[in-house]
Write a protein that binds this ligand. Structure first.
Ligand SMILES: Cc1ncc(COP(=O)(O)O)c(C=O)c1O
Length: 371
């Protein structure tokens, strides 16, 4: 066990109490608590009421987005090469033709607008962008391009709960957006996700698809006391989120701003401790206001291997976000992505979570400053 883990979920007694309450109610699958959580979520996202749908994971939110966007065999879909694999897997499962896009620069892993422009045409069905670490992609340019080429925009906002771009919440720009509540996310239910759909007709279909295609659900059965009358409108999935998980999320949503502010303070503390170090750069270091979820704290160094060795020796966990998709065995691609390549060779993600103390940050920085 590492002395300083990469991530520790922050679960308070209040959250445990909320789960306990659901357990005691004897209604543990999707019901009122999930609805309450969805309404809270869309209020914080600042989107229309009723447009967020709780689902089983970030992946299921991405998959449903693509399905609802009408992506089918041979449709062209663009997405960043530095990316979690979920979007790639989902698009592959729909047999789309995927074009990967390089990172903005050697210091910014977000999707490159220049490379995107080279690969864009009116034939592109959808673009999936991912707000790396909760730092915004260039939404101004993306919306301009969307107007010109009329593609569907899907935001992978799994890191970005609730970052802002020019005052507007990330995840509310696109036609669809996906959030994850996996254990290492800013709010978590172990597994879970949220799908936002701009159009009401997509919300309706998402609710059907996530529940096997059923035109009803067990909560309606319970409340309306009708039995055995149901229909399957189309082939569906089980992508459901339950009240147990929703109770954890709903409670955490009440103080997400406070938790994100603690992450901001951690970001500032790291910055202060690493100020004099000429051998590293901090990604997004210039994003200095408290408007971002600060899901990741990533440094860049030409001494990555040496630093990894030292961190390992001192029991400090770290990660790398991400190995480029073009390097993954399932998706090997010989195209050149110079910025993604450089980033992969130089970046290290360091621990960042509300329970990380100043003392621990100081220990981590001492090691970084010793290279
Ligand atoms: C950027 C990004 N996209 C998608 C996902 C997939 O989410 P989940 O693991 O909940 O399916 C994750 C989570 O790990 C993620 O970090």
């Amino acid at each position: 066990m590492a002395k300083i883990p990469y991530f520790v979920p922050d679960i308070s007694a209040k959250e445990i109490g909320a789960v306990n309450k659901v357990l005691c109610s004897r209604w543990i699958s999707a019901g009122n608590i999930l609805s309450e959580c969805e309404r809270k979520f869309e209020k914080k996202l600042n989107v229309n009421k009723g447009h967020c749908v709780g689902v089983s994971s970030g992946y299921s939110a991405l998959y449903l987005s693509m399905l609802l966007a009408g992506i089918k065999k041979n449709d062209i879909v663009l997405m960043p090469n530095i990316n979690f694999v979920a979007s790639m897997n989902a698009a592959k499962q729909l047999n789309a033709r995927i074009k990967l896009v390089d990172s903005e620069s050697k210091f910014n892993p977000n999707i490159s607008i220049n490379d995107l422009k080279k690969k864009l045409s009116s034939k592109v069905k959808a673009i999936i962008v991912m707000h790396y670490g909760g730092y915004p992609c260039d939404m101004h340019e993306l919306l301009k391009l969307k107007k010109k080429y009329n593609f569907i925009l899907i935001e992978d906002s799994c890191h970005a709960i609730f970052s802002k771009y020019q005052g507007k919440t990330l995840g509310s720009f696109g036609d669809f957006s996906a959030f994850s509540f996996y254990a290492n996310k800013n709010i978590t239910s172990g597994e879970g996700g949220m799908l936002y759909c701009k159009k009401a007709k997509d919300v309706k279909r998402a609710k059907l698809l996530k529940n096997h295609g059923l035109n009803t659900n067990s909560f309606l059965h319970k409340n309306q006391s009708f039995h055995a009358r149901y229909d399957i409108k189309e082939t569906g999935f089980n992508f459901r989120l339950d009240d147990l998980r929703a109770s954890l999320l709903s409670t955490q949503l009440d103080n997400i701003e406070k938790k994100n502010k603690i992450r901001y303070k951690i970001f500032l503390e790291y910055k202060k401790n690493l100020k004099k170090n000429k051998k590293i750069n901090i990604l997004f270091s210039e994003y200095s206001t408290n408007e971002y979820s600060r899901h990741l704290f990533v440094i860049k160094t030409n001494f990555k291997k040496l630093l990894e060795k030292k961190l390992k020796k001192n029991g400090i966990s770290y990660s790398c976000h991400y190995k480029p998709i073009s390097y993954l065995s399932a998706y090997k691609n010989k195209e050149k992505f110079p910025n993604s390549k450089n980033l992969f060779e130089t970046i290290i993600s360091l621990p960042i979570y509300p329970k990380l103390t100043k003392n621990k940050i100081s220990k981590i920085c001492d090691i970084i400053n010793s290279i």
